[in-house]
Write a protein that binds this ligand. Structure first.
Ligand SMILES: Cc1ncc(COP(=O)(O)O)c(C=O)c1O
Length: 412
């Protein structure tokens, strides 16, 4: 299971995999090419590991976390989209979804910790605006993998575990700055031996873990959707959807056309939307005017990455070029209205502000008539059910180990 070779996308050469995140000779992403040409869903394996054929791991860890794809007929009628499918990754027992930290970042964290363990282990260093850090914290508490989490000071309250109280394997560092400052601090920590970057979009375990959303949708719907809607900060989920689609097309049973990517960001911080709409393969400073104030003004802070893998070979720009599609800039108020519609339709489930941004972009596309109404649409609800998880499980806040200024490296 999970047999693969690792290929450099820029140079085309095969690479040895020692938790390898990048090619030593070329910039750009590396990608896993799996031996299994067809996907066998292994329901006997836990959670997301049912897709192990196309995950870069040999083993698994016990978990219930996986995405769940379903339809809500009433919502389909209300929106005039009869073939709307939702893939939900969060905590929503009524739909069989038990992701305790509430977001699809757990789909990345699970194969990442297994991949690192199989490569010899070490301490994972994770920069996060909140959700990624919480996902890795949960894994660390459950499986003992040591992690250093680096988050903006304002995100510290988002760092908790559900049902696990021993946090001795977790070091939480808060930075007096934003998400990008957290990324820089994390990079510096990784210069010390024994500390490994989780790798963000460069990590095949993270991308292929997220790609399980598309795999779950395709096996549930029985074919690839025509449109894929997701809110993006790094854009890794969009890239992952593109890569998973390529594998599904190769499988031969799910169709041969890439779904259009409909990716959204939260106004006023929308660097990828601006770059894409200007036809550029790179982001300029002018795409992020008043960056700090704009970041402070969005409702979905997890979408505020100032250095996303946009123009890199195999990144967001390539994915958009390959699939076609559109990018949306969504107002906070529209995201809030979308979240309300979702809660009313789905047992009061509160969705993540980022997922609300994606849903709002879909609503606007439907209202504008810019998508075909009868097309098969996949809406990636990337997080939700936080209120429910806090009701059903005991929550343990993670204590801050050190608080540092931007550029400062904490002693660990
Ligand atoms: C709930 C949620 N949705 C969407 C995103 C954006 O994901 P990405 O840009 O990595 O695909 C994030 C990122 O942290 C998230 O936490």
């Amino acid at each position: 299971m999970g047999d693969y070779v690792l290929r450099c996308l820029a140079g085309g050469e095969l690479l040895e995999d020692h938790y390898t995140l990048a090619c030593p000779n070329h910039p750009g992403f590396v990608r896993a090419e799996y031996t299994a040409a067809q996907l066998t869903v292994r329901k006997n394996l836990p959670g997301v590991f049912r897709f192990s054929d196309w995950l870069p791991v040999r083993g698994s860890v016990p978990t219930r976390s996986r995405p769940v794809t379903f339809q809500n007929r009433e919502l389909c009628r209300e929106l005039g989209l009869p073939n709307l499918w939702i893939t939900f990754t969060g905590y929503y027992p009524e739909c069989g979804c038990y992701v305790p930290t509430g977001s699809f970042k757990e789909l990345e964290a699970l194969p990442t910790i297994v991949r690192l363990k199989e490569a010899g282990g070490g301490t994972l260093v994770v920069a996060s605006a909140g959700n990624t850090g919480r996902a890795f914290a949960q894994m660390s508490a459950e499986f003992g993998t040591p992690v250093v989490l680096v988050v903006p000071e304002s995100s510290a309250d988002k760092l908790w575990t559900a049902g696990y109280f021993d946090h001795s394997s977790i070091r939480l560092i808060t930075v007096r700055g934003d998400y990008t400052d957290a990324i820089k601090t994390a990079d510096k920590i990784c210069e010390a031996p024994g500390y490994f970057p989780e790798g963000g979009g460069k990590n095949i375990a993270r991308r292929d873990g997220m790609g399980c959303v598309m795999l779950d949708a395709a096996v549930t719907i029985g074919k690839l959707p025509d449109y894929y809607f997701q809110a993006v900060g790094s854009g890794t989920g969009g890239i992952a959807a593109w890569e998973a689609t390529a594998r599904l097309i190769g499988d031969g049973r799910f169709g041969s056309v890439f779904p259009e990517l409909h990716l959204s960001q939260n106004l006023p911080f929308v660097p990828m939307v601006r770059a894409w709409n200007a036809g550029r393969d790179h982001i300029l400073d002018e795409d992020m005017p008043n960056a700090q104030a704009s970041i402070n003004a969005v409702s979905a802070h997890v979408l505020t990455n100032r250095t996303p893998p946009y123009g890199i070979r195999g990144g967001v720009y390539d994915a958009m070029r390959s699939c076609g599609g559109r990018m949306y800039a969504v107002e906070n108020s529209d995201a809030a209205s979308a979240a309300k519609i979702f809660a009313e339709a789905e047992n009061g489930i509160d969705i993540d502000p980022a997922a609300a941004v994606a849903f709002a972009s879909l609503i606007s596309a439907a209202e504008e008539g810019s998508i075909r109404k009868n097309a098969s649409i996949l809406l990636n609800i990337t997080g939700g059910g936080y209120q429910r998880v806090k009701k059903d499980c005991e929550i343990a806040q993670i204590g801050v180990y050190r608080t540092v200024d931007p550029g400062e490296v904490p002693a660990l």
